[in-house]
Design a protein around this ligand. Structure first.
Ligand code: LIP
Length: 264
């Protein structure tokens, strides 16, 4: 079967992502030059901006003519190019600022708005997750698969959507509900890392009431290639153009157990 993304291209993206990871790993936390964005606890540091610029320029060199849709800076609608990179330069910025260990670089590639590639680099652990559609999911080159355990024997991950007024209450209500369905719940603070932990079978379900496309696009490809499912809370497909709710799970969880009804 012809690959939809040449290995040489994937290797170049990995090399660029690792180079950006080294910069983040060696960040001077006494000189983050942090700015506050819209919403509670929504920050951007000079490293978010620096790494996004490096990724934007580097990815254009790797794939000339591709579009770029990154977290930082202004957005004027989804890019019109056939191939578009969707990028979170530092997912888990608050964790990065506080050296809390759960932050990553996330790069996804879509073709005509369909997700075909995801790469997430867990910088603190030097663990690189990647997946090309149809070719399986990998952690540091080793194949990974979602959990098959029933949720009653597994852990639930969730996110609090802290930037959006009212949504943390929904998140905590859902987490309390799931505490009775599983072993325990965890909130690590990086959606793309949460998705990769689902892909690696380290937890059974992850949910968050609202995320941006760059928080989901890469990890969702990795989950699906690891045999898992990623949807919005109402069961609809992941949307690469706009924010929405997110639920991801392995084979021990049926989407039916995740009640619908959450507004976009
Ligand atoms: C964060 C996500 C996290 C979510 C935060 C924020 P950022 O991404 O990874 O799961 O709860 O609201 O979206 O802003 O650190 O790139």
């Amino acid at each position: 079967m012809d690959t939809i993304l040449e290995k040489n291209t994937v290797d170049k993206i990995e090399s660029l992502v690792r180079k950006c990871g080294d910069i983040i790993r060696n960040a001077d936390r006494n000189d983050l030059d942090t700015d506050a964005k819209a919403g509670h606890a929504n920050f951007v540091t000079r490293y978010d901006a620096l790494v996004q610029d490096m990724l934007k320029n580097g990815l254009k060199e790797i794939m000339p003519g591709s579009g770029f849709f990154g977290e930082e800076g202004e957005h004027n609608g989804f890019p019109k190019e056939e191939y578009v990179f969707i990028v979170d330069p530092i997912d888990g910025t608050t964790n990065f600022m506080n050296d809390l260990g759960f932050f990553c670089i996330a790069v996804a590639l879509v073709k005509n708005k369909k997700r075909i590639f995801g790469m997430v680099y867990d910088i603190a652990r030097d663990e690189l997750y990647k997946a090309v559609k149809g070719e399986g999911a990998f952690l540091n080159g080793k194949r990974i698969y979602v959990s098959k355990k029933p949720l009653s024997m597994d852990v639930a991950l969730f996110g609090t959507a802290p930037y959006y007024e009212g949504l943390p209450d929904i998140a905590f209500k859902k987490a309390r509900e799931y505490l009775d369905k599983c072993i325990d719940v965890r909130r690590f603070g990086s959606a793309e890392m949460d998705l990769c932990m689902i892909a690696a079978g380290k937890a059974g379900i992850y949910f968050e009431p609202r995320l941006q496309p760059w928080d989901v696009a890469a990890g969702s490809v990795i989950v699906e290639e690891a045999g898992g499912t990623v949807r919005k809370w109402n069961g609809s497909e992941v949307d690469v153009e706009k924010q929405g709710s997110c639920v991801a799970f392995g084979k021990g969880v049926d989407i039916a157990v995740f009640d619908a009804g959450f507004p976009e």
